[in-house]
Design a protein around this ligand. Structure first.
Ligand SMILES: *Cc1c(COP(=O)(O)O)cnc(C)c1O
Length: 448
């Protein structure tokens, strides 16, 4: 019954808003589960039986998380080398599910929110405002109220800095940080590079005098410098940026902490490498020590991984609800009961998927939206090119497809991506957070 296994380095975690197609009865287990022989790709934590249990209990599409995987990634991040103290923030746009936020909160992680609504969502999940830092492209209309909650605020533009100054003239707390564009960026693709002259994120580093003028005008004392240069970034570029960021800290004497963002690469396929945090962090630790020796200032380090913490910690279970063929020179398509509504990244970023090389047919997997772009299996970096997957066994309507390798940004649907819109009233998302390893639910998320 479990027809296909593939990983698409993308995805979103949390139960989809789409009602399960009740009219399509799942076939009785007819043994189309593919054997894992002959392939180096395996499901990370679901088995055929547990995937079927998920479908029976929750319907599909359903997002499933492994609590054990979430914990182990969090522990790795908390072991990041640091000279004078470390704060790890979960960049929650990677997965804003309440149960996941609560799991990380219990483990001691703080939160990076990318919109005012994400702040509200984290607070609703029980995260203390003092542990939430806001770095947003759009200035929230309720910024004054959010600041009153006691969140940390990174001014990501001159306008935001001026706005903070207007609201908090003479502030000497540690609430304020300034996000810079350090002049260099790096991302897994052009669409995930958020540093350098082609990026609108943060205050361009050459505008430091403007920052200093606003700080003086409003009598402020920024406590943090913040840089985040992209997702899936090249570790060498990230390390260089840490040096540029320390230069900025040197020029703002009130700064006591440097936030170097996230973006650590995560391998989804067996052949892909992940960034080793212990290795990339070591030279940065050395740079902090040199900085302290030169300036007498021992800076705290903050890092902000999102993808790293969740990409391989969840999956999306969907049902094949129809099959189409297009002749001898064409393809066989699986149509899922999910798609860009739950799984934005394949169509947005043409992130490469992975196939299972077992005997069986070759299929193109598509979502349920009336858009040819709703493609779960694009060719790597070519969003318009179909790529076929070898999938074990012959699949039929009602079989399950499990997509792994989830993550960034990454819930689609208008209300979900970065929580840029408020949630609909009474929207219930879940129950979705299942930890099949422990066999218990993590919780129910009431936000869409
Ligand atoms: C997205 C984002 C991150 C995390 O990026 P990942 O690639 O998910 O690790 C960290 N900081 C900020 C400001 C972000 O916008």
């Amino acid at each position: 019954m479990l027809a296909a296994v593939l990983a698409v380095p993308s995805l979103t975690l949390g139960r989809g808003a789409v009602a399960p197609p009740r009219s399509v009865a799942p076939r009785a287990a007819q043994g189309t589960m593919v054997a894992a022989q002959g392939t180096d790709e395996r499901l990370r934590f679901l088995s055929e039986a547990s995937a079927c249990e998920v479908k029976d209990s929750y319907g599909t599409p359903a997002y499933v998380y492994s609590e054990a995987a979430l914990k182990s990634q969090a522990e790795t991040a908390l072991a990041f080398p640091s000279a004078y103290g470390l704060t790890v923030r979960f960049a929650m746009k990677a997965c804003p599910n309440a149960a996941v936020l609560q799991t990380f909160d219990r483990l001691g992680l703080h939160v990076d929110a990318s919109s005012g609504y994400e702040v509200r969502r984290a607070v609703a999940a029980g995260v203390a405002p003092s542990r939430i830092s806001l770095s947003s492209q759009e200035t929230p209309a309720d910024l004054a109220e959010l600041l009153d909650l006691g969140i940390k605020f990174n001014a990501c533009s001159l306008r935001q800095l001026a706005e903070y100054g207007r609201l908090r003239r003479g502030d000497r707390s540690t609430q304020l940080g300034v996000r810079f564009n350090p002049g260099l960026g790096s991302g897994g693709t052009g669409k995930t590079n958020v540093g350098g002259p082609s990026s609108s994120f943060g205050i361009w580093h050459e505008l430091l005098p403007d920052v200093q003028a606003l700080v003086e005008e409003h009598d402020l004392a920024p406590a943090r410098v913040h840089t985040h240069i992209g997702s899936g970034s090249d570790p060498a570029v990230w390390q260089r940026v840490s040096g540029l960021s320390l230069d900025l800290c040197e020029k703002i004497p009130t700064v006591a902490s440097l936030n170097l963002g996230g973006g650590y690469k995560v391998g989804r396929m067996a052949h892909e490498a992940s960034t080793d945090l212990a290795v990339v962090g070591e030279p940065v630790k050395g740079a902090f020590e040199e900085f302290a020796a030169r300036t007498g200032r021992q800076l705290d380090l903050e890092i902000e991984p999102g993808t790293f913490l969740v990409a391989n910690s969840g999956c999306l279970v969907s049902t094949v609800q129809d099959i189409a063929t297009t002749g001898a020179d064409g393809h066989t398509f699986f149509k899922l009961d999910s798609g860009m509504t739950e799984l934005l990244r394949p169509s947005l970023r043409a992130a490469p998927g992975r196939a299972r090389h077992a005997a069986g047919g070759e299929y193109v997997i598509v979502g349920h939206c009336c858009e040819s772009g709703d493609l779960v299996t694009p060719a790597p970096d070519e969003p318009e090119t179909l790529s076929r997957r070898h999938l074990g066994g012959d699949a039929s309507i009602g079989d399950l497809v499990v997509v792994e390798g989830g993550s960034p940004s990454r819930r689609s649907g208008q209300t979900r991506c970065h929580s840029c819109r408020p949630p609909p009233r009474g929207g219930v998302e879940g129950p979705i957070a299942v930890a099949p390893v422990q066999g218990r639910e993590l919780g129910v998320d009431r936000w869409r």
